[in-house]
Design a protein around this ligand. Structure first.
Ligand code: TYC
Length: 101
């Protein structure tokens, strides 16, 4: 006969009051027009012209730029909206969603 093993599971799991946050990161590519990147940043991330241009140029020069930080669902929804806009116009524009440490 095998030994009887008793596993004690907690009835409740305590979760942090602050949900984990996720960065949306704009990735550079060689094909998407600069102006289109700015249009997406303004439409999806509610940026003004100056901020959109600064974020676009940073990604263009450094390879990537953090756009904003959200809860997971909001970050994934915004990235999906941005990807849908790009796909519609045939651009390879990419945003990554990554957890903050
Ligand atoms: N590198 C693109 C070009 O020269 C512009 C661009 C900038 C594309 C930022 C993507 O995340 C990006 N047309």
């Amino acid at each position: 006969m095998p030994d009887i093993v008793t596993v004690i599971r907690p009835k409740t799991v305590t979760r942090s009051a602050r949900p984990r946050l996720y960065r949306v990161v704009l990735i550079n590519d060689d094909f998407t027009p600069r102006e289109f990147v700015c249009i997406v940043l303004k439409a999806v991330f509610r940026m003004g012209e100056a901020e959109a241009r600064r974020v676009m140029l940073t990604a263009h020069q450094k390879g990537a730029c953090v756009v904003a930080v959200f809860t997971r669902e909001v970050a994934e929804t915004r990235a999906a909206q941005a990807h849908a806009m790009a796909a519609k116009e045939g651009h390879p524009l990419t945003f990554r969603v990554e957890p903050e440490d």
